[in-house]
Design a protein. Structure first.
Length: 143
């Protein structure tokens, strides 16, 4: 059952999609867009479950229209592909480094803060895993 589907993206949120002055083309030739969505051969839906949860969390119906989720996923995938392509162009050829991504989002405070937060969290998780493995190792050698 689909209910009221009144959620929409803020224009301020759309500004976050602009990286370093380059606007994202809503109909890029490289993304093989057909009728506003990716062509049928690109229909591997990777983020549908997460996007449905995010839509609901931001006030949409618990069961959003499939078309809404598909369109949003197309936008997300396009953003990821575009950002990755830009990162490949500024860094070492054929390789995307964390520093390249940080460089791309440096002028976007929300994105930059989120990247820094995720990197910090990743380091904390690595330290916690290492400490846990060391404890496990010590306990395993001293029964």
């Amino acid at each position: 059952m689909n209910g009221d589907h009144g959620s929409s993206m803020d224009m301020a949120d759309m500004d976050d999609l602009d990286l370093d002055g380059d606007t994202l083309d809503p109909n890029p030739a490289s993304a093989s867009i057909v009728g506003g969505t990716l062509a049928p051969d690109d229909k591997r839906r990777m983020f549908s479950k997460e996007l449905r949860c995010m839509l609901f969390g931001y006030g949409d119906d618990q069961n959003p229209y499939t078309e809404t989720v598909d369109l949003l996923e197309d936008l997300v995938l396009h953003f990821i592909m575009d950002t990755t392509q830009k990162a490949m162009e500024i860094g070492r050829p054929g390789r995307v480094q964390v520093e390249d991504m940080i460089f791309l989002v440096r002028k976007h405070p929300k994105m930059y803060a989120r990247v820094r937060e995720l990197l910090t969290m990743n380091e904390e998780l690595k330290k916690a895993r290492k400490a846990f493995d060391e404890i496990k190792y010590v306990q395993g050698t001293n029964p």
